[in-house]
Design a protein around this ligand. Structure first.
Ligand SMILES: C[S@@+](CC[C@H](N)C(=O)[O-])C[C@H]1O[C@@H](n2cnc3c(N)ncnc32)[C@H](O)[C@@H]1O
Length: 294
């Protein structure tokens, strides 16, 4: 069963109290910024044992950097957020490290859904929101020649795993520069950064924290083009953190601005996984708001 790695050492009550105090105090979120791809990154070469090859996505084969090696490099570089997450054996330290180094299950669901349903990605403006390793955005570049913006909370994730994965799979430096852009920081300030809007927003395993769901929804509201689509992949419930798909859908439908529909659901497991399709009704041309049961 899925559970975020919040670790509390039950034998050490002093540490428990410290952890709780920190997690419930007001968190300070990193501001959003654009991250440029350096010439050094573009010319980096990779050894075969730096990455694995995955055939999980129909006819697309991806090379994905080994996250454990990246973590070791980041620890050597004294990257404090990652060191803290590692020392707490945690996939998530709120507002410090939000889990982007590993690939989460729903990425596979969303990727396979997009490809098997032949969702039109051709030359679209796409946002991979909370991209982590960048798998979903990469599929959009490779399958649809889409222009993709990759966004992750942690700049160190973007620099050490997203950008290298993109370079590793796209190869052509000009294409990387022309078709891809990278952003770090909190969704709240990302909503206000640049005026770029997207045809398609893709987001996997980003609804786990109820405190961040409104910020996520606000990105949809501010960044989706007219007739644009959002695809959200996530689990029915995130143990240990409290978010979940139905809760997020309720938040979105409560404003009666977006239409939401489950388009795919896992058939096995006690913690179901969903892909939900959403669009902004007030922006959608050609359909009347009362055509949809909100
Ligand atoms: C659990 S990881 C999922 C990563 C990837 N989408 C996947 O499925 O493998 C959650 C992602 O959401 C991003 N994220 C979470 N909270 C965020 C916030 N408040 N602002 C910006 N990004 C956030 C994290 O950086 C991370 O990449």
């Amino acid at each position: 069963m899925f559970k975020f790695g919040f670790t509390v050492d039950s034998g050490n009550r002093e540490n428990d109290a410290e952890d709780t105090k920190e997690e419930t105090s007001v968190l300070s979120w990193f501001p959003a910024e654009r991250i440029e791809v350096s010439s050094e990154q573009l010319s980096k070469t990779f050894d075969n044992d730096d990455f694995e090859i995955t055939n999980m996505f129909c006819d697309i084969t991806l090379k994905i950097l080994h996250a454990d090696k990246v973590v070791i490099d980041l620890q050597h570089d004294d990257c404090k957020n990652i060191i803290e997450a590692e020392s707490r054996h945690s996939d998530l330290v709120p507002a410090k490290y939000e889990g982007g180094l590993k690939i989460w299950e729903c990425t596979y669901d969303l990727g396979r859904y997009l490809l098997s349903e032949k969702i039109p990605l051709d030359h679209k403006e796409v946002l991979d929101l909370g991209c982590g390793a960048g798998v979903i955005g990469l599929l959009a570049v490779l399958k649809g020649s889409a222009n993709v913006h990759f966004q992750d909370y942690n700049a160190e994730v973007i620099k050490s795993i997203t950008i290298p994965n993109v370079i590793l799979n796209i190869g052509d430096k000009k294409r990387v520069r022309e078709q891809c852009a990278f952003f770090s920081g909190d969704w709240e300030s990302f909503s206000e950064l640049e005026s770029q809007k997207y045809d398609i927003i893709l987001t996997s395993e980003t609804i786990y924290n109820p405190d961040n769901q409104q910020k996520l929804y606000n990105v949809f509201k501010s960044k989706l083009k007219k007739n644009g689509m959002v695809y959200v992949a996530g689990k029915v419930y995130y143990f240990g953190v409290g978010g979940g798909m139905r809760q997020f859908e309720e938040l979105v439908s409560s404003e009666k601005k977006f239409f939401t529909e489950t388009v795919w659901r896992s058939e096995e497991g006690s913690n179901l996984q969903y892909v939900v399709w959403m669009f902004d009704l007030t922006n959608f041309i050609g359909l009347e708001i009362n055509e949809f049961p909100l």
